[in-house]
Design a protein around this ligand. Sequence first.
Ligand SMILES: *Cc1c(COP(=O)(O)O)cnc(C)c1O
Length: 468
Amino acid sequence: MRYISTRGAAPVIGFDDALLTGLARDGGLYVPEEWPQVSTEALEDLKGLDYPELAVRIMRPFVAGSLIEDRLPELAAKAYESFGHKAVVPLVQLGPNLWMMEQFHGPTLAFKDVAMQMLGQLFDAVLEAKDQHITIVGATSGDTGAAAIEACRGRKRINIVILHPKDRVSEVQRRQMTTVQAPNVRNLAIEGTFDDCQDLLKAMFNDQPFRQEVGLSAVNSINWARVMAQIVYYFAAGAALGTPQQRIAFSVPTGNFGNVFAGYAAMQMGLPVSRLIIGSNANDILTRFFASGEMSIRAVRPSYSPSMDIQVSSNFERFLFDLYGRDGAVTAGAMTEFRRRGVLHVNADQAQQARGFFQGYSLDDDATLQAIRRIYEETEEIVDPHSAIGIEAAHVLHTAREGPVVCLATAHPAKFPDAVEKAIGRRPDLPPRLSDLYEREEAMTVLPNDLAQVQNFVRGGPFPAAAA
Ligand SMILES: *Cc1c(COP(=O)(O)O)cnc(C)c1O
C-alpha cells in the first residue's frame, strides 16, 4: 500500500515510512492511496475469528509491501495479550437495539491502548528491520501519554520522553505515567501549561539538527497506524452483530476525530454502517459543523470529559480530503485558511454528503452527569463521562430502522471518579490489576519551561540515539 499526503505535495511513501514519519513534510496527514475493499464473503468469514486474527485480516492490505508484513500475526497476538478481557473490546447489551463496546480493558483503561499497543509492536518490528533507534517525545494533558508509555516500555529500540504540565493532570493520569519503571521511559513535569509543553515539542521538531541527532519521532493521534488499528474494532462489532446481512450504527465520543474517522474508513472499505453518531461536550465544533457546513473555532472550555476538550480536531483533515474529492491543493488551501482565520466552509453539496455519514449531538457538563445517572438507573452500568456522552447521543438520535447501535465506551469509570461520584453518589473502584496504583513509587524530573534544558534531558537517553 502506498500513502499520500492530504495536502498533495509530500513524497508518496510506504507503510513503514508512514509509521515512522507521522506528519507529512507538506504539513498534511498520510492516507492510503485507496481504500482496500472487504467483500461480502470476506465479511462473512470474519465471524467467529478471535480479535487478533480478525485484526490481521483487516490490517493486512494496509501493510502490504512493508518489511514486517509477514510478522503481522505474531505482532497482533502480542499487542492484544496485555488486555484484561479475552474479547479485547467486549460488547455489553444495554437495551433492545443498544450495545456498548468496552474499549477500556487495556493497561491504561482508555481506548487509546487498543491502537497504541499495536503501534508499539509495529515500531519495534520496523526499527529492527531497518536497524534504527528512535526517541519518541510527546506532550500530554492526560490519557495519550500513559498509553504511549505503556506501549513503548521495555522496547529495545525506543527511548520515550513524555512531557506533562506539572500539577495539571489528574493524580490517576500522572501515576499511570510516573510509576512505570523501565530504563527507556522518562517523565518530564514542566513548570507551565499543556500549551507550553506542546510549544516545547513543536520547537524540538522544528530544530532539524536536534531532530536528526536524537532520531525524533511522535506517536500522536495523526499517526496513520493508530487509525488503522482502530478500524479493526468496527469490523469486530459488525461480525458479532450480523454484518453483512445487518446494517449497524455507531456512536462515538469525539475529540480529535481519530476514533470516529476509523469508523468512516471501515465504511469506505465496505462495512455496512447506517450512520456514525458523534458525541461532543461543550467543545462542540464538530457538531456545529455537521449541522451547518461551517467550522469555526471558539475558545476551549474545560469539561468533565477532558479528553475531548479540543477545538481543532486533527484527524478531520483526512475526512475533508475525501470530501474535496481527494484534491490535495484544495485541502491545503482550506486548512491554511482555517488556521489563519479560524473558519472553514464547505459548499451545500459537500455539507449534504458529510451529513450522509455523520450526525453530531453535544452535551454540556450537567447533561453529561444526568446521562451517567440515567444510564446507571436504567441499566446498572457505571460509565465514565466520555462514554456517557456517546451513549446519550445514541439515545437521542438513533432509530431502530438503522439496525443496532454500538456505543464506544472509551474510558473506565475509575479514571474519572469525581464526575461519576457527582452523578451517582458512588466512587467506582479501580480494576484489580491497578488497585495498588496509589502505593506504587513515582519517578519524574521537574524542569522549567526552557527549551535548552528540555533538549539536554532528551539527549541523555538510555542509549546513544542513532539518526532516523
Ligand atoms: C482520546 C479520547 C477520546 C477522543 O478520541 P478521539 O480519537 O480524539 O476522537 C474520547 N474518550 C477518551 C476517554 C479518550 O481518551
